[in-house]
Structures are given as C-alpha cells and as structure tokens.
Design a protein around this ligand. Structure first.
Ligand SMILES: Cc1cc2nc3c(=O)[nH]c(=O)nc-3n(C[C@H](O)[C@H](O)[C@H](O)COP(=O)(O)O)c2cc1C
Length: 199
C-alpha cells in the first residue's frame, strides 16, 4: 500500500513516499547488503561536533530469531500486533555525553533522530518500509540487552517489505487505511518572527 504525502508543491519522492505502515511481508527477506545500507544511511547523518551520539542495535530475525524475539517481547502489545511480520527491528539510542569531552550533549537526541530518519528514508528508497515506535518498555530493553545508563533509548524501528493489508486486523488495519494528515504549513513554520505563518 502506498500513501504518499499530499503537498502544496512537489517534494522529493523518497520523502513523500515514506510512511509508517504496519503490514509487513514475513516471507520476503532483507539482505545483508540492504541492512548495511540502512546502517550507512544512519551513519552519515550530521551531528553536533560530528560527535555521532547515536547507537543502534539491529535484530535480524533471519540470522538471530532468539534475539529478535527478545526485542519483540519489549514492545507494547499494540505494536506487537503488527510488528509480528517485520523481519528486522532496530533500536535507536542516544548518548547523553559528548564523546570528545564527556560533558552533557544536549543535541544527542536531536542527532539520533536525524540518523533514524536517514535510516527510514534509505529504507523507502530501497522499496522497504520503516516504522518507528516509542511504544516499548525502555527499562526492560535496557536490562535485557545490557545498555548503559548513559544512553537514552529513543525508538525501536520495524523494517521490512510492505505486504497486502490482509495480513492485519483490528486497530492495526484501521490505522493502516486511515488517511495521513499534517497540520497546515502556517501553523508550524513562521516567517521572520514567532507566530507569523510562513505559508
Ligand atoms: C518517535 C516516534 C515514536 C512512534 N511511536 C509509535 C508507536 O509506538 N506505534 C505506532 O504504531 N507508531 C508510532 N510512531 C509512528 C507515528 O505514529 C507516525 O510517524 C505518524 O503518525 C505520522 O505518520 P507517517 O510516519 O506515516 O507520516 C512513532 C513515530 C515516531 C517518530
């Protein structure tokens, strides 16, 4: 299923075609090279001081089903309902300290979001679908995978090939077919001063 963004003027197709779908094809494998491409896209995100504060864990069901299952078990039930068919899971975590001086890095989460979005856009460009999730038990995830306190657990990301919506039911199906929407440009973007709509 495709749900391209409706825009006032055309934008790059990779951006308009990225969307957070829920129907994944459990039978269509994502190759090792594709996984590396996703990681490279995240790696080449910009960051404050070039510090690269993001850390990702990859769980590939095809090569380590037990680890994938442990990650899946950390998701809230509402996400488990549709992540069941996704071959790949990622965790994006943000370093709270700068690498170069050990001081607080207040841009760590910002930079990690940029890396995660790079990964999602690369997925779209390769015909895959990526869906970020805040709905997981961060403390359980930290414990199960031994993640140091210094890193904030930001999001899990499901990745795989999209499938027919027939693989879904209930709320997941409803949300899959609902239209995508955004606030008007003028509510979000200001011209010259705070609150003056830019468009
Ligand atoms: C940080 C973050 C957390 C999210 N958490 C969830 C989640 O737990 N479950 C879910 O189904 N979608 C989740 N989403 C997906 C959003 O609902 C989705 O991005 C938003 O509705 C816009 O839809 P689009 O990505 O298709 O444009 C999350 C997205 C982000 C960026």
């Amino acid at each position: 299923m495709k749900k391209p963004a409706i825009t006032q003027v055309p934008i790059d197709g990779t951006i308009s075609n990225r969307w957070s779908g829920r129907a994944y094809d459990a039978g269509k494998a994502v190759s090792r090279d594709q996984i590396i491409a996703l990681l490279e896209a995240a790696r080449w995100a910009p960051s404050c001081f070039g510090d690269q504060p993001w850390r990702f864990i990859v769980w590939d069901r095809a090569t380590d089903a037990a680890a994938w299952q442990k990650a899946f078990d950390c998701l809230v039930p509402g996400n488990q309902a549709w992540v069941k068919d996704a071959p790949l899971l990622f965790l994006a975590a943000a370093d709270s300290l700068f690498n170069h001086n050990g001081k607080e890095n207040r841009w760590g989460q910002y930079d990690t979001g940029a890396a995660a979005e790079n990964l999602c856009l690369q997925a779209t460009a390769m015909g895959l679908m990526a869906h970020q999730m805040g709905g997981f038990d961060a403390e359980k995830t930290r414990e199960v995978f031994g993640i140091p306190q210094q890193y904030s657990l930001m999001a899990m990301i499901a990745v795989g090939y999209p499938a027919d919506i027939g693989t879904l039911n209930g709320e997941a199906l409803e949300r899959e077919t609902a239209p995508r929407s955004r606030r008007p440009l003028g509510e979000l973007f200001f011209n010259g001063t705070w609150g003056k709509p830019a468009a």
